[in-house]
Design a protein around this ligand. Sequence first.
Ligand SMILES: Nc1ncnc2c1ncn2[C@@H]1O[C@H](COP(=O)(O)OP(=O)(O)OP(=O)(O)O)[C@@H](O)[C@H]1O
Length: 625
Amino acid sequence: MKRLRDDIFYIFKGLKEIHRIRPWLLTHLVIRGIFEAITPFINIYMSALIIDGINDGETFQLLMEYAGITISLNLIVALLIRLMNRFIQILKEELNHKYEMVLSQKIIDMDYTSIENPETHRLREKIKDIRNMSNGGIWLLVTSFQELIKCLFVIIFSVALTFSLFTLSGGNELSGIYSFVASPIFSLILGVCILANVIISMYANATVTKKMHRIMNEVIPFNRIFGYYINSYLSSYHAGKDIRIYNQKGLIESESMALFGGANVTLSKLSNNQMKYSGITTTSTVIITTLIYLFVGLKALAGLFGIGSIIRYVGSINEFTGAFTSFMNQLAMMRANNESMKVFFDFLDIPSQMYQGTLPVEKRALCHDGDNDYEIEFRKVSFKYPSSENYTLRDVSLKLKIGERLAVVGMNGSGKTTLIKLLCRLYDPTEGEILLNGINIKKYNYDEYMSIFSVVFQDFKLFSFSLGQNVAAKVDYDKAKVEAFLAEAGFGERYNEMPDGTETCLYKDFDENGVEISGGEAQKIALARALYKEAPFIILDEPTAALDPIAEYEIYSKFNEIVGNKTAIYISHRLSSCRFCDDIAVFHEGKLIQRGSHEELVSKAGGKYHELWYAQAQYYAVTSN
Ligand SMILES: Nc1ncnc2c1ncn2[C@@H]1O[C@H](COP(=O)(O)OP(=O)(O)OP(=O)(O)O)[C@@H](O)[C@H]1O
């Protein structure tokens, strides 16, 4: 009982969500359902009328009028259905787009911790699979709802047209088999038989549907891997190099064939099941149809109604049986589909708790003679990633004042990038706090807080949009500003070769004239993007790793000019490039172990910085022989 309650809850919750995402779609489906349901009854009712008319010797003109009404009604209803189809098609497409936007918006709004959580990833992948592989989730709910509504109205109309069949009795003048057939007991037996047929069909359909869902779920992993090969790997032109160099053709072919084999075994199980249960349904339907014909025929022979009514009753009962079976079938599908709906809701219900701050950030950068007077302080900050038992940062305390340049150095995995992630509130500290002008950064409105940072992460992403949009991160941008910052980031010469200037599309995903850029060029564009934001803090995580030595030199030699009065945090493994920073923080195993100027740190023999510096410097030392 609880399961049934849960199922009904999710069906209604799903329908409510569909109505929220695209209002009016469900209303249109109901209206079309009524039109579709009425269509067979126009023909059943009018055919019965015409045949009765012929039987009763009505005039030709009246019969032609009946025929005319039948054709006209069919035409009107068909036209109305077509019109509704057009609206419904548009509404469904809008639902599709808005549904994708709801999911994307959720990703944008959720805590970064949740984004990196494997469970979030699993749910998102599952939602994609449900959509792409089985058209389940809200898509199946929409399809089932439209079918359900149609069936509901067919049931209502057929009951209205056949009700008299069960109540008609022949009075006392009938005898023998005829009197039995005309009796209420026979009507009751027939009613029970029809119900039994419906229950058998329902059971068979529910069983097949459940098995189908289970089997489709088994196929999803095959499809996902296959989809990865076909859609992500093979169709991405970036993968072309690796496929050729490492001769991955054989690997992909044999993997695909193995996947095909696995999926085929599973799908043949499904078709065997469908055959078995459709056999049961067909046999029971044939038996019940025979009984109905017998019942109606005998009642007609007993003289209780004419030929026209035979057509009306038989037609309506057939419609009823089909509609009821389909109705129950759709309900079973909806219930089985609730597994998919739960995945969808679990994803939407992932709580977003991190970004609840409301304090505005002082507009020190934006005011007329903005002094950019911001101070950042890490106070006894320790942090472990949600998926990890160990601390990545331990007891880090550091202050950073306006206009300072801080270089952060340390070995791989020492926690440098994690420090920046905490500063940008991608995560919150496990212990301790981070303060902006003396106030815990959690208290600030997140968008306002982020507006004071420009960050170039190691794994930055550029999009297959225009160069201008990439730099400005906006659709409408200031072209002159984009060009100026590209030049400042060392992209000037390459920019002059761009066929459409700032309108040039990066990469070839959407534009065959799009330009391919090298890793170093991409890094320069990412740097220009950080500069375009003109935020008071600029954070660069390995910003020159992909640059050639001359480009790197150029960036460093005008770093002060580029950064201006901004506060800069600069992470690099090339210690020589950190020398221009006033202050260097050395991290080791998650701890801030040294801090000072280059000269101070390099002179401390036995210190980590000294060790790192000389480890690197030996490769640049000039040897006499
Ligand atoms: N999302 C994550 N979940 C769990 N552990 C992580 C995550 N990201 C990083 N780590 C771990 O935290 C540690 C510090 O990583 P971090 O990226 O901060 O180091 P880093 O000093 O920037 O290294 P590199 O110099 O290689 O860029 C590493 O051991 C890393 O494996």
